[in-house]
Write a protein that binds this ligand. Structure first.
Ligand code: CXF
Ligand code: ZN
Length: 365
């Protein structure tokens, strides 16, 4: 099959003819119909994080099941499916707790060292399968825990993007913070994930949905997704602006989708007493946020990390599909452009424009 392979760090994606194994155990073979371009894959391509080259990256996928392993129970040939990159066993203490994102033993979702690799290049050498999905290819071989069934009338591109950017942003609001109707929220960052956090706040019927960004076009997009107020932090002090909008108090929920020291500081300072800063963005690996224990004892502020929406992917993806189909979740404006499999390099150029959200591969010919 055709795949876009990262051969060396920083070397971009190169089209190759590669081999994909037949499904064993709980594996499902999916003919891909949509595969989204997420910033994390670009990071994986340019610096060694978790999936060393040669690798097939791509982790926002949807398609049609063409074969199943002998132990697959949930899926059959012909099913439409989408994936979420959370790898979980479904059996450990944390999975049983309803926290698959904290799974203690996600190993069963990938093949062992002693098994034939899922992907091999034309010379028979193993290829890394990025995030256990390897979505920049015509097909993907995926453990059934990472898949969810789609209604046949759900468009593939919109389904594909749910599995990473959408679930991350909406889940922060719905799962981590559990915002109630009428409560005010601040979302710092109006890029791909930030807009989905705005969507999450709309689904929660939040009160004021205040979007903060340095880019005017991104703030316009946030309004389109349902932000009731926008603050351009390149022009005004965002902490003062949030306080002014909230009777001087600040808010109970701040979502920092940027994740650098400056936005963490702003987010923390925007909190009302008893409020929580939700840290979603991973903008800096070294920036810190200092707080004074004595002050915090009085203010009772919380800091909470959120990863991939901190939810239950199968449940949340099905819910988000339903919300989209009911006209309550804007995924159409998340999908800004569609490209061919061979155009992954160009696609990553396209998403540098802040007006472009997700670019999705929909032509795998
Ligand atoms: C990523 C964030 C960085 C670690 C892997 C998953 N999320 C989505 O792309
Ligand atoms: Zn991603």
């Amino acid at each position: 099959m055709k795949a876009m392979v990262v051969r060396e760090l920083g070397g971009g994606w190169v089209e190759e003819d590669i081999h994909i194994a037949d499904p064993i155990g709980q594996e499902v073979l999916v003919e891909l119909k949509a595969s989204g371009l997420c910033g994390s894959d670009q990071m994986e391509m340019s610096q060694e994080v978790q999936y060393p080259p040669p690798a097939v990256l791509g982790h926002e996928i949807a398609g049609v099941v063409t074969a199943v392993g002998p132990n697959v129970t949930e899926f059959a040939v012909g099913d439409h499916v989408a994936a979420c990159l959370v790898q979980f066993c479904g059996k450990c203490e944390r999975c049983l707790d309803g926290e698959p994102g904290l799974c203690r033993s996600p190993e069963p979702t990938v093949r062992g060292e002693d098994e034939e690799p899922r992907l091999k290049d034309a010379d028979g050498k193993p290829l890394t399968q990025g995030m256990a999905l390897g979505g920049f290819a015509q097909q993907s071989l995926v453990h059934e825990n990472m898949l969810v069934k789609l209604p046949k009338d759900m468009p593939f591109a919109q389904a594909a993007v749910i599995g990473c950017g959408v679930i991350t942003g909406t889940g922060a609001v719905l799962n981590a913070a559990k915002v109630r109707a009428g409560e005010d929220v601040v979302i710092i960052g109006a890029g791909g994930v930030g807009l989905n956090a705005v969507s999450g706040a709309v689904l929660a019927s939040a009160g004021k949905i205040i979007s903060v960004d340095v880019n005017a076009a991104s703030l316009e997009a946030a309004k389109k997704f349902g932000a009731t107020h926008t603050i351009n932090s390149a022009e005004v002090d965002p902490v003062a602006a949030v306080k002014e909008l909230t009777g001087g108090f600040g808010v109970k929920y701040v979502f920092d989708v940027v994740g650098i020291g400056a936005t963490a500081r702003q987010g923390y300072d925007m909190l009302d007493n008893g409020g929580t800063l939700y840290q979603i963005g991973m903008g800096s690996p070294t920036d810190t946020l200092n707080t004074v224990p004595l002050e915090n004892a009085f203010a009772r502020k919380g800091i909470q990390g959120v990863f991939l929406g901190s939810g239950v992917p199968k449940r949340d993806m099905a819910m988000l599909v339903e919300q989209y189909q009911a006209g309550r979740l804007n995924l159409d404006d998340i999908v800004s452009g569609e490209i061919k499999l061979s155009q992954v390099n160009e696609g990553y150029q396209m998403i540098r424009d802040p007006k472009v959200n997700r670019v999705v591969i929909t032509d795998f010919s």
